[in-house]
Design a protein around this ligand. Structure first.
Ligand code: ADP
Length: 350
């Protein structure tokens, strides 16, 4: 509205200036026909009076004329404004604009069509990305679950063949551990898909950590990894969900195991200690460590450096959301070539 008014005003000023110039020209032409003895003072006075009288009329006429002349331009201006605000396809129907209007309409339609095409391509890309991510998760999940399944089937067959009761019991224990692992992996995915309200209890950290270590000790030993534990005495109790916290530790331990697969020195140190107003659990390995450029990203969902089918990039992001829900923190200290140290800090139960 304001822009249209100023457009009119601009045109009106130009018109008024043109009329004034024309008037001056006529006055000069008239003056050149007068006698040199003519009374110039009176002449200028009477002309000035006429000008003052006619000026408002000239201005009103000029404004009305300008509004008529600039109307098509004002319509074009408002259509361009709408186009700028994203109303692709907007048209301007002002016969006064002639070819300019048609060109604008063609441009606006082309922009509309191109935007629709881009939106479609964008939607297809997002769909493809989602499917790709889903495929990777499924592949990772199948791989992760198949490992304990192979263990379960193998130990069950061995148990079937043995006549030694102690050996059979050991096979049962291993089957139980593998079944728990498979369950843990599926639980991971469920937690990721639907982070639920956690049921909490006041618990001792050391037995919880020890049970997580026991669950994957066999797996780590198979990989030639030596596990060292040191649990501090007299730690304050914490409030949390032991299953979820165990999941976090299992994830850290299995990650440490995977990181050291190709490494000559394979050791994991698990320690608990008091930390400020709570407890700190550390899982340190002697693996290759984490590259500085990856350190800031390892807790991101789907960030993985593992080959296709081996990593899903969910473990640490799920772990972080679990620890966040416990009002704790999880961080990593690492130098390339010097292993990684994951520190989980949990507040004491009040
Ligand atoms: P995933 O194990 O499926 O890759 P995670 O979220 O558990 O997903 O881990 C993300 C990435 O963090 C891993 O791909 C790896 O690059 C890095 N990482 C995690 N733990 C360790 C570790 N102990 N040593 C070296 N790198 C690690």
């Amino acid at each position: 509205m304001r822009r249209t008014f100023s457009l009119h005003l601009m045109a009106a000023s130009v018109a008024a200036a043109a009329v004034t110039l024309l008037g001056c020209g006529l006055l000069l032409a008239y003056a050149s026909t007068l006698e040199p003895t003519a009374n110039w003072g009176r002449l200028l006075f009477s002309v000035g009076g006429w000008v003052l009288l006619l000026l408002p009329v000239i201005l009103i006429v000029a404004y009305l004329w300008a509004a008529r002349v600039t109307k098509p331009l004002a319509s074009l201006d408002s259509a361009m404004q709408k186009l700028k605000d994203g109303a692709y396809g907007v048209e301007v129907n002002e016969p006064g604009l002639g070819g300019l209007g048609q060109t604008f309409n063609a441009l606006s339609h082309a922009l509309h069509q191109r935007t629709e095409e881009l939106n479609l391509i964008n939607a297809q890309l997002m769909q493809a990305e989602k499917l790709g991510a889903l495929g990777e998760i499924t592949a990772g999940l199948a791989h992760e679950v198949r490992n304990p399944m192979v263990g379960i089937v193998g130990f069950a067959q061995l148990g079937d063949e043995t006549t030694d009761l102690d050996e059979a019991k050991e096979f049962f224990r291993l089957i139980d551990a593998d079944a728990q692992r498979a369950n843990g992996i599926l639980q991971h995915l469920l937690d990721f898909a639907r982070p639920s309200e956690i049921e909490t209890e006041v618990l001792d950290v050391n037995p919880m950590v020890a049970s997580a270590v026991r669950l994957c000790a066999h797996q780590l030993q198979l990989g030639g990894i030596r596990v060292d534990t040191h649990y501090a005495d007299g730690l304050p109790k914490i409030k949390g969900n032991s299953n979820q916290l165990r999941q976090v530790l299992l994830n850290l331990l299995l990650n440490a195991g995977q990181a050291m697969e190709e490494h000559p020195e394979r050791r994991v140190f698990i320690t608990t200690q008091r930390h400020e107003k709570g407890v700190e659990i550390s899982v340190r390995d002697t693996g290759p460590g984490i590259a500085p450029e990856a350190t800031g990203r390892i807790f991101d969902t789907f960030f993985t450096t593992k080959p296709r089918g081996k990593g899903t990039g969910l473990g640490l992001s799920v772990s972080k959301s679990i620890i966040d829900a416990h009002q704790g923190s999880i961080q990593v200290e690492s130098e390339p070539g010097k292993g990684a140290n994951f520190l989980v800090r949990l507040p004491a139960a009040s």
